[in-house]
Write a protein that binds this ligand. Sequence first.
Ligand code: PBG
Length: 330
Amino acid sequence: MFSHAAYPAVRHRRLRQADWSRRLVAESVLTPNDFIWPVVVHDGSEDRIPVASMPGVDRLSVPEVAKAAREAASLGIPAIALFPHIDGAAKDAYGTQATNEAGLIPDAIKAVKDAAPGLGVMCDVALDCYTDHGHDGLMEDARILNDATIERLVDQALMQVRAGADIIAPSDMMDGRVGAIRGALEATGHHDTLILAYAAKYASAFYGPYRDAVGSAKALKGDKRTYQMDPANGDESLREVASDLAEGADMVMVKPGMPYLDIVRRVVETFRVPTFAYQVSGEYAQLMAAARNGWLDEERAILESLMAFKRAGCAGVVSYFAPRAAKLLG
Ligand code: PBG
């Protein structure tokens, strides 16, 4: 591959000299088709509540989520991902609200489907938005219980699918949850429900602003290092992805995004399955903070950060920038 001629026969700048020649040889393209837009829905009466650490991101009421869904559809964004912010008083150790058929998420799913029937709806499967301890699983003393949690997650996923969710996205990192959810979907006739597994999800500092957004930051006791991955590990991500694919995931995700592009690349090259990255809340906050200080060109930095995922081989990216970027690209 690299045995070609040398300078001056080779001048790399020839292809860069004009806009037309740069466009002609571009290796990656970024379009609105590449985005999943994460949206936080809340159960209060206010239309929109700004998230302080994420300038430009608001928690939305259910009617506002319906509007967001129409906006996503009109911008050509394929799918929206719903995250709940519920009243702290409704949280308990069991995450009871996670499986409430009359809860916030099923309401939001129905509102989105009514507003934009052609838009894909993705739902997170995990208990952290519903537990008073802020963990993704059930706790016994200081331990997170794997198998007991899976039973809750299966019920949560089935509830979401009955409400109309198209993509089930387990983000909890329990072992065996993808297989359990896939088995339950098959057994209940939901043969066509997609699973996008948060397969390589790291115990990361970059989730901070999200925990504010969904109201789990204050609740969280301890950290998530017994179930989310150690940032030191790369090979282990391949074992995680292999397990989730064997258990029935259609697509896999690496999370966070930019600090883990090496993992994205290894997963893409190893498995050649649709691979996504989650450009998480902390990445969004980092970029916006610099831009708001005048230290970065905001629009260029947004698009460059998103293009990085395409260059790394992602099928798409979950990003809070989705509507902004879609408008910039349009
Ligand atoms: C948890 C979940 C998290 C995010 C999505 N689902 C955070 C966590 O694991 O604590 C993070 C999203 C973000 O930071 O943007 N089930």
